[in-house]
Design a protein around this ligand. Structure first.
Ligand SMILES: Cc1cc2nc3c(=O)[nH]c(=O)nc-3n(C[C@H](O)[C@H](O)[C@H](O)COP(=O)(O)OP(=O)(O)OC[C@H]3O[C@@H](n4cnc5c(N)ncnc54)[C@H](O)[C@@H]3O)c2cc1C
Length: 531
């Protein structure tokens, strides 16, 4: 049977998906492990080719690295500097497609590189012209040299000493966790079955030793699910080796987690609406300061971590590095007291060859590997190229099974929420769903109350997320449906009690649930507060 785009017009309901997964007759073409950008990219592409797809995420969609990025849909200017032309070309193509297919969660963002030497002026002006040219028809804006006066008009809080001017170029910017959710919703609309809080604990094999399914624990109902599938995809990012070892115990390490942190500051530290890009900091890293949801996201670092973690924490030395480096370029040096939230993410880089430990040298491009028992693992890559990573993984499925591949249709698929008439204001990020949130506020005017006096997010958004966006925990709403936890962790803590109450009402939960949720959230939010 084939599923067609838009087959399922209902919003995603966890209980409906569970019922489908409990059907013992069902054999899925693909069971995908991991609900970050990689897993969702595979699901999207497979569904576009008419395959039957089930996807399992052990926490919430994008709980891992995919909600902790720098929020750039980019070709990667720095990879161009490293001469990785193929990677940049591929990413620029995907950047253009994503901006077209999901305009409600992606944006054209001008970046300015401040110029302090004649050599840098030449290098970046030329380099970014090449970057523009490489994007071809999918270019989103022209790079230009700006005079010192123009640079200071656009970046009013950048240090003036030694400044010669700036080079402005364009890249994309997005809300990573909301895009992940919208992808899950798109997959659902195409007949896929996506489930959060569903942990894959085992792979099952047939008598020839070929993988034929997964054993899943539904962590909400605490029940076990036995899923039959023609192939299983391991899209678990930094956790990939754990799944590889479920397949073949003792499989050597293939992933090297590399941590990057971000600090969120008030937007006034930079001023204006342009982003700041420093291609080579004092120790040769890249530093971004990007306006995002009316705040400023500053990062990032590149620190080897040994163990994969779902909730990695920024290290003191990383915080000091970002504050110090930002302070080298900004009129007002940010201090720990200015940090509204700090968050860390782990890059699932391919493990280096023996002898090399520098993560900046490890390849950023993705790899699809197939084991003897047909476990298909997708590793590396980046958010921007999630769709192409999915396409390559689904191609590997057809090859592995000796099947004739149907043509991928994912490049032109409109993502859930797509609209040409967005509403104004903060609800625009919901795309076409925004009108339904406004309807909720009309039905129940109390729900138009803001969750926090300093932020526009309303109670209706909590109700909406619980009813229609598979939010299960307070954290899901405050961290990934609205992004208050990573924008202002203290404000998120203050909003949490009302969020818990509203969710309990919607989900039919009692006071004990509220108390436990608030305790969990308190513990979590305190990790994002550094002062
Ligand atoms: C600091 C930083 C900044 C970045 N910035 C950018 C950027 O600006 N632009 C860009 O394009 N890319 C960026 N990237 C890269 C990009 O974010 C990652 O490549 C991408 O998010 C990785 O997605 P993933 O799906 O592979 O991993 P994840 O998002 O970590 O997803 C893996 C998922 O698998 C789940 N899982 C694990 N085990 C199981 C199991 N047993 N059962 C079920 N589920 C399981 C986990 O819970 C997790 O949600 C950045 C990365 C970092 C670290």
């Amino acid at each position: 049977m084939h599923y067609f785009i838009g087959k399922n017009n209902q919003q995603v309901k966890r209980e409906n998906n569970l019922a489908l997964l409990k059907n013992p007759e069902m054999i899925w073409d693909l069971a995908i492990i991991g609900g970050g950008s990689s897993g969702l990219g595979v699901a999207l592409d497979a569904l576009s080719r008419g395959l039957k797809v089930a996807l399992f995420e052990k926490a919430d969609f994008a709980k891992g690295t995919s909600s902790r990025s720098t929020k750039l849909v980019h070709g990667g200017v720095r990879y161009l500097a490293q001469g990785d032309v193929t990677l940049v070309l591929e990413a620029l193509k995907e950047r253009g497609r994503l901006l077209q297919n999901a305009p409600h969660v992606t944006f054209d963002q001008p970046f300015i590189i401040p110029i302090y030497s004649v050599f840098d002026r030449l290098k970046y002006t030329l380099g970014l012209k090449i970057y523009d040219w490489m994007a071809g028809k999918l270019r989103i804006g022209k790079s230009l040299f700006l005079s010192k006066k123009e640079t200071l008009e656009r970046l009013p809080r950048v240090k003036e000493t030694g400044l010669l001017g700036g080079v402005v170029y364009h890249d994309g910017q997005f809300d990573d966790a909301r895009l992940a959710l919208n992808l899950a919703q798109t997959c659902h609309a195409m007949g896929g079955c996506v489930l959060n809080y569903a942990k894959v604990n085992r792979l099952t094999k047939d008598e020839k030793g070929i993988i034929d399914g997964v054993l899943v624990k539904d962590l909400v109902e605490n029940t076990d699910l036995k899923i039959k599938a023609k192939a299983v995809v391991n899209a678990t990012g930094v956790f990939a080796d754990k799944i590889n070892r479920m397949d073949i115990p003792g499989t050597p390490k293939s992933i090297q987690p590399s941590q990057g942190i971000h600090l969120v500051l008030d937007q006034s530290f930079l001023g204006g609406s342009d982003a700041l890009m420093i291609p080579a900091t004092s120790d040769g890293r890249v530093l971004f300061a990007v306006p995002w949801h009316d705040k400023l996201v500053v990062g990032t670092t590149d620190t080897i971590r040994e163990k994969p973690k779902l909730e990695p924490e920024p290290l003191q030395k990383e915080i000091d590095f970002v504050l110090k480096t930002a302070g080298d370029y900004l009129v007002k040096k940010p201090t720990r007291q200015d940090v509204l939230a700090a968050f860390a993410g782990l890059r699932p880089l391919a493990a280096p060859k023996e002898g090399s430990t520098k993560t900046k040298e490890i390849s950023r491009s993705h790899k699809v590997l197939v084991s003897k028992s047909h476990l298909i693992t997708i590793t590396g890559g980046k958010w921007t190229t999630f769709r192409k990573m999915g396409e390559d993984t689904v191609d590997a499925y057809y090859r592995t099974k000796g099947l004739l591949a149907s043509k991928s249709q994912s490049a032109r698929l409109k993502i859930h929420g797509y609209t040409e008439n967005p509403v104004q204001g903060h609800l625009s990020i919901y795309g076409k769903d925004a009108k339904q949130i406004l309807d909720l506020e009309k039905q129940n005017p109390e729900w138009s109350t803001p969750l926090h006096p300093n932020y526009p997010y309303t109670e209706a958004e909590v109700v909406w997320a619980t009813r229609n966006e598979m939010a299960v925990k307070v954290e899901d709403v405050l961290s990934r449906r609205i992004r208050l936890l990573i924008l202002d962790a203290k404000a998120a803590l203050e909003a949490a009690p009302r969020v818990a109450e509203l969710m309990a009402e919607e989900l039919g939960k009692d006071q004990l649930w509220i108390t436990t949720e608030l305790k969990d959230f308190d513990k979590l939010a305190n990790k994002y507060i550094i002062n």
